[in-house]
Ligand binder design. Structure first.
Ligand SMILES: Cc1cc2nc3c(=O)[nH]c(=O)nc-3n(C[C@H](O)[C@H](O)[C@H](O)COP(=O)(O)OP(=O)(O)OC[C@H]3O[C@@H](n4cnc5c(N)ncnc54)[C@H](O)[C@@H]3O)c2cc1C
Length: 458
C-alpha cells in the first residue's frame, strides 16, 4: 500500500494533502536555508492521530518532520529528506488552567500571544515571549527550539517553564514525561532532553507549562548611549549588580536607523536600550531609578519614545526592518550566547570582524541574557560579499565559543549552525547521536538536523 493511501486509512482526506501549494508552505521557514518540499502534509488533531501517523512512518521508514508556524531562523522545520510534514497548528487548545498552581496544559499548536490572551483573565502569563514572532510562534515550536524572549531575563527561557509533556517517539510510542510537581529528584530528566531537541527525539502533543502572575506594577523606558560598547557595558553592570529587570533589549544604531526607515518611528538614531521592570506599583520606580543611575555611569540618557510608543511594539519589527534595507538580500545571522561579562567585548569584536571583512553588521537582542544577534544582510548573487559575510559569522561564533559561549542562544542549530556543533560539544556529540537512536531507532524524526547529516552513527 502506498504511504498516502495508508495515511488515508488513519486520517480524514481533508487533513492529508499532496497539493503543491500545501507542500510549498511546509517546505521552508524564515531562514535563508533552501526550502525542500515534503511528499505529503498531514494535520493531526490528537495524540492518538500523531502516534498512528508516526507508527505508519516507522513501518515504511519514512521521515516525519513536525511543524508549528515555520518561523524558525535556522532551517529547523525544513523537511530535508522529504516524507511527511506533521503540521500541529490545528492542535491549538488550552486543555486546562491550573490556576492555583500557576500552570497550564496546552496542545502544542497554540500560538504564544493567543495563549497569553487566554491566560489574562486568570491573572497569569507564560513569560518567555519571542521578540519578533510572538504573534506566530507555537508553543510546540518554542519548546522544540528552547526559545526565549524579552522577559527571559527575569523569568527564564522556555525550558525553565516546561513541567510535563506527552510525546510520541520515533516508533510511534506515547510517553508521559515530567510531572506537575515543582521539584523532582526522580529518575533521568528525559523531559529536559526533549526540550530543545528540534523535533529530532519526539513529537510533543501536550505540554504543561509553569506560569507567572501578571505583575501589579510595570514600568517601561528607553535610553540612548554614545556608543554600542557603552550600552553593552551598562547591561553587563546592571546584571552584575542584580538590578531586577524584567527585560533589557539592546539595539545598535544601525538597527534603530532601520526601524525608522521601515516604519517612521522617529527614534533618536543612537545605540539604545529598552527596559521593563515588574513589581509592585511602588517598587518599580525604585528599580528603574537604580537602572537609570547605572546607565548614566556609561553616559546613558533616558528618552521618551515619540508619541508615547510602547518599546516592544517598536522592537517587534527589528528583524523585518533590517531585512527591508536590502530586499534582494538574504540574512546571515548569529545567535550567539556567552557569559554576560563578555558582552561589551563580544559587541566590540563583532564590529571589528565585520569591518575587516567589509560587511555591514546590525546587532540587537536579549542582551541581558547574554544573547546577541548579529545580522549581515547580503545578496547571495554577490558571491564575494556572501562568502565574506559567512567568514565574518564564523569568526564571531568562533570568538564566543572561545570564551565559553554557545553557537545558539535561542534559535536552535537546525541546518544553519551545524558547522559549529562539533567544536562546541566535542566528544559529547557522539553521546547525543546515541540518545537520538534510543528515541528514534530508524532516524525518521526530522532527519538531517543539529549535526551534519552523515547518519546517526557518523
Ligand atoms: C521576526 C522573528 C523574530 C524572532 N524572534 C525570536 C526570539 O526573540 N526568540 C526566539 O527564541 N526565537 C525567535 N524567532 C524564531 C522562532 O520564532 C522561534 O524559534 C519559535 O519558537 C519557532 O516556533 P514555530 O511554531 O514557528 O516552530 P517551527 O519553526 O515550525 O518549528 C521549530 C522546530 O520545532 C519542531 N517542532 C514544532 N512543533 C513541534 C512539536 N509539537 N513537537 C516536536 N517538535 C516540534 C520543528 O520540527 C522544528 O525543528 C524569531 C523568528 C522571527 C521570524
Amino acid at each position: 500500500m502506498s504511504l498516502v493511501h495508508e495515511l488515508s486509512s488513519l486520517l480524514p482526506a481533508a487533513r492529508i494533502s499532496t497539493r503543491v501549494a500545501d507542500l510549498e508552505v511546509a517546505a521552508g521557514d524564515e531562514s535563508a536555508c533552501q526550502p525542500v518540499r515534503p511528499d505529503v502534509v498531514v494535520w493531526p488533531l490528537s495524540t492518538d492521530e500523531v502516534s498512528r501517523v508516526v507508527g505508519c512512518a516507522w513501518t515504511h521508514g519514512v521521515p516525519v518532520t513536525a511543524r508549528g508556524a515555520g518561523s524558525s531562523l535556522e532551517g529547523n522545520p525544513i523537511p530535508v529528506r522529504g516524507g511527511i510534514v506533521l503540521d500541529l497548528s490545528r492542535m491549538d487548545a488550552v486543555v486546562e488552567v491550573h490556576q492555583e498552581d500557576l500552570q497550564v496544559s496546552v496542545q502544542p499548536g497554540i500560538v504564544y500571544n493567543r495563549l497569553n490572551e487566554q491566560l489574562k483573565p486568570w491573572g497569569l502569563f507564560f513569560p518567555p515571549s519571542p521578540g519578533g514572532s510572538s504573534d506566530v510562534a507555537t508553543i510546540g515550536g518554542m519548546v522544540a527550539n528552547n526559545a526565549s524572549g524579552i522577559y527571559s531575563v527575569k523569568y527564564g527561557g522556555t525550558r525553565e517553564h516546561v513541567q510535563a509533556a506527552t510525546v510520541v517517539t520515533g516508533t510511534g510510542h506515547v510517553l508521559e514525561l515530567g510531572t506537575r510537581s515543582r521539584k523532582t529528584s526522580s529518575g533521568y530528566h528525559l523531559l529536559g532532553l526533549v526540550v530543545g531537541s528540534e523535533g529530532t527525539l519526539a513529537i510533543a502533543t501536550q505540554l504543561t507549562l509553569s506560569l507567572a502572575g501578571l505583575p501589579q506594577g510595570r514600568k517601561q523606558g528607553a535610553l540612548t548611549f554614545p556608543t554600542e560598547k557603552d550600552a553593552a557595558t551598562a547591561i553587563a553592570t546592571m546584571m552584575r549588580y542584580g538590578v531586577d529587570l524584567a527585560a533589557v533589549e539592546f539595539l545598535d544604531r544601525r538597527s534603530i536607523v532601520a526601524l525608522n526607515r521601515y516604519r517612521g518611528f522617529g527614534l533618536e538614531e543612537q545605540p539604545s536600550l529598552f527596559l521593563e521592570v515588574h513589581g509592585t506599583p511602588d517598587s518599580v520606580d525604585a528599580v528603574f531609578e537604580t537602572a537609570q543611575a547605572v546607565c548614566e555611569e556609561q553616559a546613558g540618557r533616558v528618552i521618551v519614545l515619540p508619541d508615547g510608543q510602547n518599546p516592544w511594539d517598536v522592537r517587534h519589527f527589528t528583524t523585518r526592518a533590517i531585512q527591508a534595507l536590502k530586499p534582494e538580500g538574504k540574512t546571515i545571522r548569529t545567535d550567539m550566547g556567552f557569559p554576560l561579562s563578555r558582552l561589551p567585548e563580544v559587541v566590540e569584536h563583532s564590529y571589528a570582524i565585520a569591518e575587516r571583512h567589509g560587511v555591514v553588521l546590525h546587532t540587537f537582542g536579549h542582551a541581558g541574557l547574554g544573547i546577541l544577534h548579529a545580522l549581515l544582510r547580503e545578496d547571495p548573487a554577490d558571491t564575494q560579499r556572501w562568502a565574506a559575510a559567512q567568514r565574518a559569522k564564523d569568526e564571531m561564533v568562533g570568538f564566543v565559543l572561545s570564551v565559553g559561549g554557545t553557537a545558539s542562544g535561542e534559535h536552535g542549530i537546525g541546518l544553519g549552525s551545524q558547522k559549529y556543533v562539533a567544536q562546541e560539544h566535542g566528544s559529547s556529540l557522539a553521546l547525543m547521536k546515541h540518545i537520538k537512536r534510543v528515541f528514534d531507532p530508524k532516524h525518521i524524526l526530522n532527519p538531517g538536523k543539529i549535526w551534519p547529516d552523515e547518519g546517526v552513527d557518523g
